[in-house]
Design a protein around this ligand. Structure first.
Ligand code: MLT
Length: 263
């Protein structure tokens, strides 16, 4: 199959390149376009499949009530695109939460993973309560007013000061999110499983990548997580926050390519 956009059993995806498959899964209130620089760089060596999580971008919601269900819906829809070849999972933040579920449910399908700016633990009670509040408010306030305060927390100061196009692009993706999806994904994340005690079960090579100024999933926590993985490694990205692949694409791409070649 060549490059292009598609809709497979309700999952919208962009596929480009050929070779070993990479499955790219974006973060909360975003869509597959957040990987635009990775799609460009990685598709010269691999078959890159960047999906819209159900309810985001062009993928309609399939009514998932949990992160586990989202993982199952995505995998069952895109499995034919993997063409029976072992895949590498690449996820950011919520895409990482979905990743732990997908690697657990379908271990046979994956040979490696890259977890960007994410964590393996469940929510603290205060975080879960914050999500429930947002899920309530999203039907009363505009998406923009609710999500705009997140942007300075997602990007580091350097990006905020010197990359206005990244800020604009984040707004474009976030402010068009459907209120029902924001509600559903916040509730699903607030109830997600804790994988911390099960990290030793993930025997494949897993690279953890984190922006040095990521305040949402800090480097210290991601480094600790990587240390609990049997074949885990950790890399910190200078001058990046929670959106390292978008803030510092060239550095992140090089690390991912080096990791993929080695594993
Ligand atoms: C994300 O970027 O996907 C979110 O920060 C995830 C979260 O809210 O935990």
């Amino acid at each position: 199959m060549g490059s292009g956009l598609g809709l497979n059993n309700s999952i919208s995806f962009e596929v480009s390149g050929s070779g070993s498959p990479l499955l790219l899964v974006h973060g909360f209130a975003l869509d597959h376009r957040m990987w635009q620089y990775q799609i460009e760089a990685l598709s010269t060596h691999f078959r890159v499949i960047a999906i819209d999580v159900p309810g985001c971008g062009a993928s309609p919601s399939q009514g998932a009530r949990s992160v586990a269900e989202l993982a199952k819906q995505i995998f069952t829809s895109i499995e034919p695109l993997l063409e029976n070849r072992p895949a590498t999972y690449i996820g950011l933040s919520m895409g990482g939460y979905i990743g732990w579920e997908m690697l657990s449910q379908f271990p046979h399908a994956f040979q490696a993973a890259v977890m960007c700016d994410t964590r393996a633990s469940a929510d603290l009670p205060t975080t879960a309560e914050g999500r429930r509040q947002m899920a309530r408010k999203v039907f009363e306030e505009s998406t923009e007013s609710l999500l705009a305060p997140m942007i300075p927390r997602l990007l580091c100061d350097t990006t905020l000061a010197s990359q206005p196009q990244v800020i604009q692009f984040m707004k474009e993706m976030m402010f068009t999110s459907a209120p029902q999806t924001i509600h559903d994904h916040q509730i699903a994340m607030s109830e997600r499983q804790d994988f911390q005690d099960r990290l030793s079960n993930f025997g494949i090579p897993i690279l953890a990548i984190c922006g040095e100024d990521d305040i949402l999933t800090p480097p210290k926590e991601m480094k600790r997580m990587a240390g609990l993985l049997p074949k885990g490694s950790f890399l910190e990205i200078p001058q990046a926050g929670h959106m390292a692949p978008l803030e510092q694409p060239h550095v992140v791409n090089q690390h991912i390519l080096d990791f993929l070649r080695a594993s």
